[in-house]
Ligand binder design. Sequence first.
Ligand SMILES: Nc1ncnc2c1ncn2[C@@H]1O[C@H](COP(=O)(O)OP(=O)(O)OP(=O)(O)O)[C@@H](O)[C@H]1O
Length: 311
Amino acid sequence: MSYIQFDNVIRRYSHNIAVDQISFGIERGEVFGLLGPNGAGKSTTIKMLAGLLKPNSGEIFIDGISVIKNPIEAKKKLGLVPQDIAIYTNLSAIENVTFFGSLYGLKGSELKEKVQEALSFTGLTEKAKEKPKKFSGGMKRRLNIACALVHNPEIIIMDEPTVGIDPQSRNHILNSIMELNNRGTTVIYTSHYMEEVEAICNRIGIIDEGRLIALGSKQQLKQKASTKEKILVEAHDYNDRALRNIKELPGVIHVDSKEGLIEIIAEEPQERLQDIIFMLVKDEGKLKNISIKEINLENVFLELTGRNLRD
Ligand SMILES: Nc1ncnc2c1ncn2[C@@H]1O[C@H](COP(=O)(O)OP(=O)(O)OP(=O)(O)O)[C@@H](O)[C@H]1O
């Protein structure tokens, strides 16, 4: 059994199946990413792990402890940063972190020390006495993280922590995840941002419509695609007919075009370049650049499901 183990877990909301019989394990010390589009079942999975929702069937274990039978013991091991920020806007930052620390049973000088550590870790020491009412979205999120890690949990779960925040806070959060992991914390990170998951996670589960459709390191996941590379064309003035002609070229699997950038997934991409350039130029297209790049997890998702990760 893995350090964290999901066994045949099912969760419904009335007739809608949100998590459909998933089984997987997470090892101690991993940064594990749960990647999937909106509504895929990420939050439901995370809430069940954190003991906030009960599965309809199946079992979840943390370090051999059943989250369902022994939720209080299991919960001691983890800190949750929920998708919806959960802090008290009328309390100062330090009062918020102190409150959460005391909920986890910290007291006296240990509580004070851990609160200072959590505020410093999230870059909020100078804002400690201010009320989060005036904080930016990113600062509120960082305070939420401080509240979740004040008791030094073995596992930290972050549910889409970078949605709708400024780039500075986003980088701060991503760096702090790496630092937490260097200290030995197991991190579970959900996101629909493929770039973030690729950048920070050792292992990734791809979830779609409640099912875990792929699991592995990013290199293992990329092996699931039928081609390892894609063609990127920067062009302007091309028309839909040129795109249709490219789609019909032999070996071409998928063509996507957005704001002057055409992405083409094709078998043996080097062999397709001449024909692609020909089709574009023939139909008035002006070519700026053409290159071959390694595919990413977005491309893997598209090939597995026929849909884009972000529509
Ligand atoms: N409280 C609820 N009541 C009814 N249906 C729900 C509830 N919460 C989630 N769902 C449904 O369950 C499915 C999975 O939702 P979930 O929030 O777990 O997905 P998600 O991958 O976290 O998506 P998002 O990124 O949008 O939060 C969706 O179809 C959603 O509409």
